[in-house]
Design a protein around this ligand. Structure first.
Ligand code: SF4
Length: 396
């Protein structure tokens, strides 16, 4: 059942839930209040416009402190901080964080901290050695049959643990699309092209279509993938126009960066549904982050919420050891424990592959708890999720 009520000259939707609660009204009102308080000149139309969201993003400390008030320690720390990754948060995502409360873990994922300046053991600016596998400006060829194309260095919200913080928001990244297309055309073994960045969905529809069209025209390219965080941080970008453009280039897959179940707002859910309804297969990529999402309970909730909007949990990444990332990294043992507490306790569709993207450029290496515990001449011995032992006969 759906109805509307009048509130300060705005018609806001009310979603009546079966149990009689109006949960989304609370969310809508608090968002509305946030918007009126911090962006008083913005209309509802502005708020829903993705370009307005980008133009009005938080990019300096003064604005950050006004909108997401900093603690005295944060203020002192941040004034002296010379960050390598610029600050950027969309008004929409700032509103979400503000409504979730000042102790919510998502805050830490977008607000800079002095910890970013601390170099710890094993950290590097480019731990995955992407620069070594660069075949043209903006093109990384690491695996045999697929390439990574960095279409832009811009993201609508900058994650403080970003693997490409050496590039994102730097505005000097050189990208030569003609060379990218020539390289892919000459290498007939390339059947899969991943468009990433930065976030390709921050490009205009026409620019993005130009790139996709050129790549789709290469005969041996079988599929295109786009890596993005847009549905979580700027769901307004997922417009019917964008989706209608993307669906012309099937098979086209979208890998969406999600961090926490609280990102699955009504707006984000609607964006995922729109994409899924266009036949775009959706997968999630989640970075395991200390004190943000490093518990089986939080991740299970996230993965369940994703499946409800037809996003398949795809990868759970151990956080890459980029410079200044120690405060985000959790142990591999903890990651394995989490996986052990997921497998068997929820549907297999809700379980992503836990991987380490190997430092030095070794690519993604899957990790999983030890389920095969022993073997003899006749059997392999296996431990199930309840820790019971079973024997599987060997083929003679
Ligand atoms: S969305 Fe991805 S590329 Fe952009 S800042 Fe976050 S981690 Fe980096």
């Amino acid at each position: 059942m759906r109805k509307t009520i009048e509130f300060a000259n705005n018609l806001l939707p009310i979603h009546k839930f079966q149990n009689g609660t109006d949960r989304s009204v609370v969310i809508d009102f608090s968002r509305y209040n946030f918007q009126k308080q911090h962006f008083p000149k913005a209309s509802r139309r502005d708020w829903k416009n993705w370009q307005w969201q980008i133009q009005n993003s938080i990019t300096d400390l003064e604005m950050l402190d006004r909108i997401l008030p900093l603690t005295p320690t944060e203020k002192t720390e941040l004034q002296s901080l010379k960050v390598k990754l610029p600050l950027r948060i969309t008004p929409y995502y700032a509103g979400l964080i503000a409504n979730l409360g000042k102790n919510h873990p998502l805050r830490k994922t977008v607000i800079p901290s002095l910890n970013e300046l601390k170099m710890s053991f094993g950290e590097a600016a480019d731990p995955l050695h992407e620069e070594d596998d660069k075949k043209a400006p903006g093109l990384v060829h690491r695996y045999p049959d697929r390439v990574l194309v960095l279409l832009t260095d811009f993201c609508s919200a900058n994650c403080r643990y970003c693997t490409r913080s050496r590039l994102v928001g730097q505005e000097h990244t050189v990208f030569d699309f003609d060379k990218v297309v020539s390289y892919i055309s000459e290498h007939t073994e390339i059947r899969d092209v991943l468009l990433s960045g930065g976030d390709p969905l921050t490009l205009s529809d026409s620019k993005l279509e130009y790139y996709i069209q050129k790549i789709r025209a290469i005969e041996h390219v079988e599929m295109i993938r786009i890596g993005t965080k847009i549905p979580a941080v700027l769901p307004q970008r997922i417009t019917p126009q964008l989706v209608n453009m993307l669906k012309k280039y099937h098979p086209l897959y979208l890998s969406i960066h999600f961090t926490h179940p609280d990102e699955l707002t009504p707006e984000t859910q609607a964006a995922c549904r729109l994409l899924a309804d266009a036949g775009i297969p959706l997968g999630s990529q989640t970075v395991l982050l200390k004190d943000v999402n490093d518990s089986a309970e939080t991740l299970k909730k996230l993965f369940h919420e994703l499946l409800k909007v037809r996003v398949k949990p795809y990868y759970l990444y151990q956080c890459d050891p980029i410079s200044g990332s120690a405060h985000f990294r959790t142990s591999v043992d903890k990651g394995l424990q989490i996986m052990e507490n997921l497998r068997g306790f929820t549907t297999g569709y809700a379980i992503p592959t836990y991987v380490i993207d190997a430092p030095g450029g070794g690519g993604k290496i899957p990790l999983q708890p030890k389920y095969q515990i022993d073997e003899n001449a006749d059997y392999v011995f296996l431990k199930n999720y309840e820790k019971n032992i079973y024997a599987y006969p060997k083929k003679k």
